[in-house]
Design a protein. Structure first.
Length: 348
């Protein structure tokens, strides 16, 4: 019996990818809007979005269709055109609230399908998505801009393929008997739109290192001093984005208790170089003469160029690091692209 696969940690793994990938913005106009009052009254054909007080309290909602296929949102801005101000000049405060997914299908139904009073409360309570104070008649005609918080981003992504809604409530110290803010009368075009930005597709690289006894004759060698071993690093891209061209670099420290072998890694086997590369859909290419370098420094080289030591043939105890820079773009997808890099050492 030989040494089985052993997972080893502690090697440097460096890869780079564009951080300036442009992520498309998606602009979504509200597909429905309207108020619910304290009594729970709602007429689905009335698109008046009044919020405030007139005999009872009124809250409103704005609803948006989130496109299918969105799993992550990095930014969202809600713009609400302020259509009217009611009151005695005292400034009002507009606050936005979450609407749980279970309530969203009920919004555009007569009196919320019997849940109108609860929906009224929901539209003015819960997780706050944004607030703006100091609103007076001077703001009528302007567009209120709300950058939505993380909780909203998560809920928008969760709603992908379905509707997402935001509740709106106005508060005020007004002494008037009728005060509030309105974003639209019953039936008129107004700007109520959500602009979302999808998270960029990024690679998510995982690397594992294993070691096994070099035993080409299957004679049952142990991991003992004097015997050789093969280290293999397996790199997998589990993300949705690619790794930029030629930026995949592995710099691995030769373990202290071993000596690098600068020769034919598998003796009589099919490999011919000291380092072997096995691809499994990565899209990368590997040329030993240009894509492998070495270092004899104690400190870890900062980059591939700093790996500038030329090893002597055979076992070279001066090799401290092996550096590998396969070329091309490492892709992404399912199954996750992966590749292996192997090298051989003698156990001291
Ligand atoms: Ca409606
Ligand atoms: Ca709520
Ligand atoms: Ca060979």
């Amino acid at each position: 019996m030989g040494l089985g696969k052993v997972w080893v940690l502690g090697f440097l793994f460096a890869a780079f990818f564009s951080v300036n990938q442009a992520s498309a913005q998606i602009v979504i106009n509200a597909n429905d809007r309207g108020w619910y009052n304290t009594a729970g009254t709602h007429n689905p054909g009335n698109n008046n979005s009044y919020t405030g007080f007139l005999s009872q309290n009124y809250h409103s909602y704005f609803r948006f269709t989130i496109p299918a296929g969105i799993s992550c949102i990095s930014n969202a801005v809600l713009e609400l055109e302020l259509e009217n101000y009611y009151g005695d000049g005292v400034p009002h405060t507009a606050t936005l609230y979450d609407v749980p997914a279970a309530n969203v299908p009920l919004l555009d139904t007569q009196n919320g399908s019997g849940s109108g009073a609860a929906i009224h409360v929901d539209l003015g309570s819960g997780t706050i998505y944004g607030t703006q104070g100091g609103l007076t008649s001077a703001d009528v005609g302007s567009i209120l801009n709300f950058t939505l918080p993380a909780a909203a981003l998560a809920n928008i992504a969760s709603a992908s393929g379905n509707d997402f809604a935001i509740g709106s409530r106005t508060t005020s110290n007004s002494g008037a008997s009728f005060w509030g803010l309105r974003y639209s009368a019953g039936s008129e075009p107004r700007i109520h739109r959500l602009t979302i930005t999808e998270c960029p597709d990024l690679p998510d690289l995982k690397a594992e290192k294993s070691v096994s006894v070099f035993d080409p004759g299957a004679t049952g060698l142990y991991a003992l001093p004097g015997n050789d071993a093969i280290y293999t690093i397996t790199v997998t891209n589990e993300g949705t984005g690619n790794v930029d061209n030629n930026t995949m670099i592995l710099i691995d420290k030769i373990p202290d208790e071993t000596i690098f072998y600068n020769g034919d890694i598998d003796d009589a086997g099919p490999e011919t170089d000291p380092v072997s590369f096995q691809d499994s859909g990565s899209g990368l290419t590997f040329t030993y003469n240009t894509d492998v370098a070495y270092s004899d420094l104690v400190a870890t080289p900062a980059n591939f160029t700093d790996c500038n030591y030329t090893p002597v043939l055979g076992y070279d105890p001066n090799v401290t690091h092996i550096c590998v820079n396969p070329k091309g773009i490492m892709g992404s997808g399912s199954p996750p692209p992966t590749f292996d890099v192997s090298f051989r050492v003698k156990i001291k």
